[in-house]
Design a protein around this ligand. Structure first.
Ligand code: PRX
Length: 654
């Protein structure tokens, strides 16, 4: 976040009480009611979560709500269920059977509607395809697709048979895909021939071919035909989706799985070069995503809900697929770019599908602001009743614009704080109950006990900045880092209070104001949120140093008006290489090739040396200052060679 945004957050004093009319229809109607439910949920969390779990189908009932042996939790112990049964079959067997589950719109304007009954049939067919291809309970299936309904079908089909899906965002390049597939040891990759983005085709299948050539675990690739681009199909290994579903029948019983059966692995960036495979399990994730979706989006039977996130990220998992479908909601899914063919595309979608709830990211909102009010003004947005935001701190200016222009001053805004690791929203207003303050994520969800603490674990005073922690386990918490439980323990639980203390460290800085409202200040580790994408600076550095011209690289985030944060790379070259504009381009391409285009640094600066401590550690704090302000004001006493900083600050950026 920029200094300016932080300052405006610090000065923000506007308060917006819930709209009275909205509140009268809401699931939670007043602050007092929230308080009562919240207090109950933290005084008797087990009773609270057991009550919540009763809304789902269990093949056998949980014996215990929680076994907590910090930092290892088991939720709904002894229960057996199937999340797909709860998200699809239940509705397909009820009055909702002909209700739209997914309203899909392709980039070129073509549309598809999948009712719960139709979705059920598709999921059953694909579950049988997976079985036929030899997928067994616990096997990993990698999903690398564009935003087509089949991405949800593939996930639900995995869960139906107890297989573990790992969705890899379609913007990742072949090397990044390969590393994730290998880490998960996936036996199947489900992909598309291509995906449309701004009218262009992203050749997903040929990227898969490149990756899979180095993935010994992969036995089959299933290709959903979306673009009809010519692709090469390897006999025996590769199969077209439309052909394999012809060869199976549509009856498939959901497999009852233990509540703690892994549901998915989702890779996310951490502070080392290796991405973390965040593991979520079945029962707790199911209950928490559905309940948060119901209360935070104040979902009602006739809502049309549109979340703009890609299914390749956690927001897409929890709030495009699982949460809404578990609640029997109607989800709008859009394939392409928000500015294709023009900048009014999302508003046109909202108007035509009658969207009532709209959920997006601050980066998108800032882009809408820059594009101008004329785009939303062209469309009738009067059907909207609730707006949401997620992914990075929202500056009050963007919040106010969202409220005024998109919400026409009528719609409450829910600013939802959570992470890949938390699985579901942890801190957010309930729209009928909690007065909002622009830029604040407000108060914890039921059962969640966050705090802002100092390094020693003691609570900060009101308005004192500190580390955001969660002091209680919650049902949708990650259970481990795939294949690296030590990393799970050390990364999240050892930082504050020791690994057995049971305090989860989020990696975010925050403050809590005099009313108990939370204000997120952004990451305090080497993770950056660029345009809603979470990136580890270490991953980008390792892509840069893989280039033969590069000796060392240090990547830092710096505030950016549009993207929240931008990436600035400082690079030193090996002897014999020239610091040319061409080389800058080559290095950006190198990152695009290894990770994906979305991870390319915004600025690359050549340096003859990087600032280091006497023990040889790169002083990123100084680089952050140089990238942000062009100068260094902080402590430089541990710096080995002061002249390095002098040279870096003296040079202009480009
Ligand atoms: O820094 C916080 C920021 O996004 C991080 C989590 O990123 P990721 O795992 O990719 O998940 C994003 C979608 C849930 C957090 O550590 N973040 C998320 N939501 C907010 C936020 N920062 C401020 N306000 C939010 N509402």
């Amino acid at each position: 976040m920029s200094q300016q945004s932080i300052e405006s957050l610090l000065k923000e004093s506007r308060v917006f009480p819930p709209d009275e009319e909205f509140a009268t229809r809401a699931h939670v109607r007043s602050f007092e009611q929230y308080r009562e439910l919240y207090d109950k949920s933290v005084q008797d969390p087990e009773g609270f979560w057991m009550d919540m779990a009763r809304g789902f189908h269990w093949f056998s009932q949980p014996r215990d709500v929680l076994q907590w042996d910090p930092p290892d939790a088991r939720w709904f112990v002894g229960g057996s269920t199937n999340i797909t049964y709860n998200a699809v079959d239940r509705h397909a067997q009820s009055l909702r059977r002909n209700k739209a589950a997914i309203l899909w719109e392709g980039e070129f304007g073509e549309t598809r509607t999948l009712t719960y009954q139709q979705l059920h049939r598709e999921v059953c067919l694909f579950a049988n395809v997976l079985r036929k291809l030899g997928v067994r309970t616990g096997d990993r299936v990698a999903i690398y697709m564009g935003m087509v309904p089949e991405i949800a079908v593939a996930m639900l089909a995995c869960a139906r048979i107890g297989a573990v899906h790992t969705v890899i965002f379609g913007g990742f390049a072949a090397d990044a895909l390969r590393d994730r597939v290998n880490d998960a040891k996936a036996s199947i990759v489900v992909t598309c021939d291509g995906a449309y983005r701004r009218g262009q085709v992203i050749p997903l299948k040929s990227i898969v071919d490149k990756a899979v050539a180095q993935c010994p675990s992969v036995r089959h690739v299933v290709v959903y035909k979306r673009t009809a681009e010519p692709v090469s199909m390897e006999p025996g290994r590769d199969h077209y989706w439309h052909e394999v579903v012809q060869a199976v029948n549509a009856s498939s019983a959901p497999l009852p799985v233990d509540s703690e059966q892994p549901l998915f692995i989702l890779y996310t960036s951490g502070t080392t070069g290796k991405p973390k495979g965040v593991v979520h399990t079945t029962g707790g994730y199911m209950v928490a995503t559905a309940i948060t979706h119901k209360y935070i989006f104040d979902l009602h039977e006739n809502d049309t809900y549109f979340c703009t996130a890609d299914v390749g990220w956690i927001t897409g998992h929890s709030y495009v697929v699982y949460g809404p479908l578990l609640n029997g909601a109607t989800v709008v899914m859009y394939e392409g770019a928000p500015d294709y063919p023009d900048r009014g595309r999302l508003w046109s979608i909202c108007e035509r599908w009658g969207v009532t709830i709209f959920y997006t990211a601050p980066t998108a909102i800032r882009a809408f602001m820059r594009w101008g009010e004329q785009w939303p003004m062209k469309h009738d947005l009067s059907g909207l009743r609730l707006l949401g935001t997620v992914g990075e701190p929202i500056n009050p200016e963007a919040w106010m614009w969202y409220q005024r222009v998109i919400g026409n001053g009528r719609c409450p805004i829910v600013d939802t704080w959570w992470q890949t690791e938390t699985g579901a929203v942890m801190i957010s207003p309930l729209p009928g109950a909690i007065p909002t303050k622009p830029g604040s994520v407000t108060v914890p969800f039921f059962g969640v006990v966050p705090d802002v603490v100092r390094k020693d674990g003691t609570s900060c005073a009101p308005n004192e900045g500190g580390y955001l922690v969660l002091k209680r386990p919650w049902p949708s918490m990650l259970r481990t880092v795939y294949g690296d439980h030590d990393r799970y323990v050390n990364q999240y639980w050892a930082e504050i209070g020791g690994s057995e203390g049971g305090i989860y460290f989020t990696g975010d800085g925050a403050r809590r104001d005099e009313d108990g409202y939370f204000w997120i200040m952004g990451r305090v580790d080497d993770v950056v949120n660029v345009a809603g994408h979470r990136l580890g600076t270490a991953e980008i550095e390792s892509a840069l140093v893989a280039h033969r011209a590069v000796a060392e690289a240090a990547v830092v985030g710096r505030p950016d008006e549009m993207k929240g944060q931008a990436l600035c790379a400082f690079v030193t070259l090996r002897p014999g290489n020239q610091a040319t504009p061409q080389l800058k381009q080559d290095l950006a391409e190198q990152v695009a090739k290894e990770i994906g285009r979305f991870a390319r640094p915004d600025v690359i600066r050549f340096a003859d040396a990087l600032p280091k401590t006497r023990s040889g550690k790169i002083m990123r704090r100084l680089l952050k200052e140089i990238a942000s302000n062009g100068q260094v004001t902080g402590d430089t006493t541990t710096l080995e060679d002061l002249s390095v900083v002098a040279r870096l600050t003296a040079e202009p950026e480009e």
